[in-house]
Structure formats: C-alpha cells, structure tokens
Design a protein around this ligand. Structure first.
Ligand code: NDP
Length: 316
C-alpha cells in the first residue's frame, strides 16, 4: 500500500469525484455528466440520503406529490443516463495532495481526482426512548417541513421537541395544518432567537411544555406520548398523532482533512459553492444549516457542478 504514494501513475486519475448520494450529489452528477466529464459518484454504504426517510414529498416543484425514494431514484437515473458512474463506497478520508490532485480513501480503494464535490449531507439527530423505533415513520419524524402537511397530521395535535430556531420555525409551519402544536423542551432556557421565540409564543395554536419524553404509544400509528413534567416531576399523558424532532443536525464532515474550513456550527464553509480548498466544492446540507430542503440541495448541486466545470477548464 505504501508504494502508491511514490508512484501515482499506478492509479487512474478521475476528472471529478462526487461524494454523497442525495439530490445535491446526483444533480451535480447530472450536470457534470452532460458536460462529458464522466463523474464518479462515491455514494456511501446506504445511498439515498435523508429523502429515503421521507414518505411523500409535496414541495419539490414539478411533482404534485412524490415518494422520497422515487424522487432520489429519479434524479440518480437521470444522471446515470448522462454517463455518471456510481459506487457504493464510503469515503473515510479526503485530502488534497497538490493542485488538481485529490486523494480519496474508502475501505476498499484509493481514488485520485482532479476535483471533488462534497455532498455528504447532514444527519438529523434523533432520540431513543420506549416506542421511538416502533412509531418512526408512523407518527414520528425528524422533518416537519417534509412530513408535517401529510393527511395523518391534519387537524390533529402535534408535538415538536427542541428549543432552537428550528423548533420555533417547524411549530409555526405546523400550525397551518394542525389542531394544536406543543413545543416540548427539556429546559426553560431557549437557544432560539428572541424574534422566533416571540412569534411562536404569540401564536394561539402553540403551547409550550417543559419536560422530557419518556415513551410513545399507539396502535399502528402514534396516538400519545408520555413525558415527565419539569414543573411537577409527574409523568403526563399527551394525546398526539405526530411527534417531530427538531433537535439539530450533524453535518457529515468527519472524513475531511484538517485543511478544510468548517463554520462554527460544524458545517462545511463555502463561498457560493467553493470551499477554501481550490478544486473542492461543497453543496447540499453538508454546507447548509439554514434551508435544508431537497430543492435547495438540488439547486446547490447544480451550482457546484457549474463552478467545478469552470475550475477544470482553467486547470487544463
Ligand atoms: P439548535 O442547536 O439551535 O437547537 C437544538 C435544540 O434541541 C436545543 O434547544 C437543545 O436543547 C435541543 N436538544 C438537543 N438535543 C436534545 C435531546 N437529546 N433531547 C432534547 N432536546 C435536545 O438547533 P436548530 O436546528 O434549532 O438550529 C440550528 C441552526 O440553524 C441555528 O444556528 C439556528 O439559528 C439556525 N436556524 C435558523 C432559522 C431561522 O433563522 N429561521 C430556522 C432554523 C434554524 P438545549 O437548549 O437544552 O441544549
């Protein structure tokens, strides 16, 4: 294995490697494929990203309603049609060796590439308690904007857990469909900005409760949760058909070498799509702690591909 470091000619030099497998990665693949650059996509062990955990997507323009799996499969098939190649390999290390020369390591192989697009997404933090797995996708979700408008939640009670801007935004969004929205937070202190907190507090459909979740119960679908009240220290039963986590996301950046700059939030730092490392571009949720939508990820995948094409033209 050591010899490869001395003789790189042993390895094929790819023009561009995309790391990831959600809408950002496959959209980048589509644009780079259509530019005749034969992108290689290293998809990870479980391709598809967060859309795989989304049932009906009703906010991707052009589709009245589409299953998350179908949406991401469609984008993937479209990029394969234009010459992208995919491999289910997990990149465990990415570093730049010299200008126009990146090294990517997976458990199976070492890949070299003139340029890279990082589209590894972010993983929504989830919680573990009695019933949390049983009702996952049957009332429990980690994305209110993706799933909140589904018929199963309309005119019902919904609980959202968290204390940051996300929980305020998601609770406000859910008031459009729900009968009542409860914000369940583990303390009296909120990370949310005062303007978001005020907006939620002023909404008559939103009620704040302070406590920790104990269990989720129901039949096939969620019907109630039990939480321990911080005020009384008692277990309280709350009838609800929905439980959404809004406790933050973890961007998938652990494989990046230390030369890559991250934001203080841990997300990849990009200027438009350019990272601080020339020839490496970032798109989708790995670089976005604000919008986190399939459509914004796809749009940023397009931008990253166009910036990458320009970089490759200047390199040659
Ligand atoms: P935050 O990290 O700001 O907040 C996460 C919240 O979840 C915290 O209140 C935290 O509680 C709680 N939490 C974390 N883990 C657990 C757990 N295991 N059990 C119970 N509660 C838990 O994340 P957000 O997603 O809210 O926001 C991320 C960033 O995105 C922020 O910078 C935010 O400002 C930004 N954003 C901005 C928006 C806007 O401007 N409209 C909308 C959405 C996000 P505790 O406080 O006790 O630690």
């Amino acid at each position: 294995m050591e010899n490869y470091k001395k003789d790189f000619s042993f390895f094929k030099m790819n023009t561009v490697i995309i790391i990831g497998s959600g809408p950002a990665a496959y959209t980048a693949g589509l644009y780079l494929g259509r530019a005749d650059l034969s992108p290689l996509i290293l998809e990870g062990d479980n391709p598809g990203g967060q859309l795989l955990t989304t049932t009906d997507v009703e906010n991707f323009p052009g589709f009245d309603s589409i299953n998350g799996f179908d949406l991401v499969s469609n984008i993937k098939n479209q990029c394969l049609k234009y010459g992208a190649k995919t491999l289910e390999e997990n990149v465990i290390s990415l570093k730049k060796l010299e200008e126009g020369h990146f090294e990517l390591v997976t458990p199976k192989n070492i890949y070299l590439s003139k340029s890279v697009i990082i589209a590894t997404g972010a993983t929504a933090k989830i919680m573990q308690f009695e019933g949390s797995q049983k009702y996952w996708g049957h009332g429990i979700s980690a994305c209110a904007v993706c799933d909140g408008a589904l018929p199963m939640f309309r005119n019902k009670n919904i609980v959202v857990i968290g204390g940051g801007d996300s929980v305020m935004e998601e609770a406000l969004f859910l008031t459009k469909f729900a009968n009542k929205v409860f914000i369940l937070h583990r303390s009296e202190k909120f990370k949310a900005s005062s303007i978001m907190l005020k907006r939620a507090k002023n909404n008559e459909k939103i009620e704040f409760i302070c406590g920790e979740i104990i269990s989720a119960q129901g039949d096939t679908n969620l019907k109630q949760i039990i939480y321990r009240s911080n005020k009384t220290n008692e277990n309280i039963v709350l009838e609800t058909n929905g439980l959404f986590y809004a406790i933050g996301h973890t961007p998938n950046t652990s494989f990046l070498s230390s030369e890559f700059k991250l934001k203080s939030s841990g997300y990849l730092k990009v200027k438009k799509s350019k990272t601080n490392v020339k020839g490496a571009f970032g798109c989708g949720d790995v670089a976005d702690n604000r919008y986190k939508q399939a459509i914004t990820a796809a749009g940023s995948g397009c931008s990253a591909a166009l910036d990458c094409i320009k970089y490759l033209e200047e390199l040659s």
